[in-house]
Design a protein around this ligand. Structure first.
Ligand code: MN
Ligand code: MN
Length: 291
């Protein structure tokens, strides 16, 4: 069950309203790397996990992400508070109000006009939140890797948001949220490597002959590192098709009937290299054509 606690997970002190900044913060409210996406990602993974410890961790982090959603939504609400009252009550003259909504040079007018200054489930450009942001596949060694990457991306978005505000209270709250994503990344990494057989993901073994091969698929200067070192890989400097030793062609076995139909279609749509047909494009170009 869930219960709501009236206090936030972290204290929020906003110095002054700033609708433009509120709009940027929506990136972490309803954006792809945002808190709702994170909460839904871990909540659904936790519901489906059979491992007691991991399930608990996923539920703890999902619930914390909802608490983050509450913090970032509260920040958006505080930053929009001034404009919200002005717009709702219509006390200022039209020009003043128009200027206050658009002066920040971003889409804060969308938040003001369409959502009345409340935190909307959109990203900072007004794109509606979608479950397609969540890439859970139901195999824990793959999902934990995706969670690790999701936390890394969330941390970076917070870092960028911190860099665009000079409000000390907002900076402080964003610093907390950013730090928690790094802590989550560490938990997910620990959980991944607590699974003894975590690589490669899944159950089927990889095909032995290609498992430790590095194909150099480019010409010119080819830097080497541990990612393609002789220690870890058989380095193929000039890969030739087909690497399996076959003819590299794609074939399929068809029934006699299917084969006859494919041949008939190929004959009907055959191109003739001997003709040079006059085309509509050439007629329309207005250039004289030699007969
Ligand atoms: Mn979070
Ligand atoms: Mn997180």
């Amino acid at each position: 069950m869930f219960r709501h606690v009236k206090q936030l997970q972290y204290t929020v002190r906003v110095s002054a309203p700033n609708p433009g900044l509120a709009n940027l913060l929506l990136e972490q409210f309803g954006g792809p790397q945002g808190e709702l996406a994170a909460a839904c990602r871990y909540f659904t993974q936790g519901l489906g996990d059979e491992d007691v410890g991991r399930k608990e961790m996923l539920m703890d982090i999902a619930t914390e992400e909802l608490s983050h959603l509450e913090i970032i939504g509260s920040l958006v609400g505080m930053l929009n508070k001034g404009a919200k009252g002005q717009l709702a009550e219509g006390t200022e003259n039209e020009a003043e109000l128009y200027r206050s909504l658009t002066e920040n040079g971003n889409d804060s007018h969308i938040t003001s006009l369409l959502y009345g200054g409340g935190p909307a489930l959109t990203n900072s450009a007004g794109v509606p939140w979608t479950a397609a942001y969540i890439d859970t596949i139901g195999e824990v060694t793959a999902d934990l890797r995706s969670n690790i990457a999701a936390e890394a991306r969330a941390k970076i978005i917070y870092e960028r948001l911190i860099n665009v505000t000079d409000d000390p209270g907002v900076k402080d709250a964003l610093g907390f949220l950013m730090t928690r994503e790094a802590a989550h990344q560490l938990s997910f990494e620990k959980a991944l490597y607590s699974i003894r057989n975590n690589f490669p993901p899944g159950k089927l073994p990889p095909v032995e002959q290609y498992t430790h091969v590095y194909y150099n698929m480019s010409e010119g200067d080819d830097p080497r590192g541990s990612w393609n070192s002789d220690e870890h890989f058989e380095y193929v400097a000039h890969p030739q098709p087909a690497v399996d030793g076959g003819d590299g062609l794609a074939t399929v076995t068809l029934s006699k009937e299917q084969e006859a139909l494919v041949k008939a279609m190929a004959k009907r749509t055959q191109s003739d290299p001997a003709v040079d047909p006059l085309t509509g494009a050439e007629l329309g170009s207005g250039e004289p054509r030699e007969e």
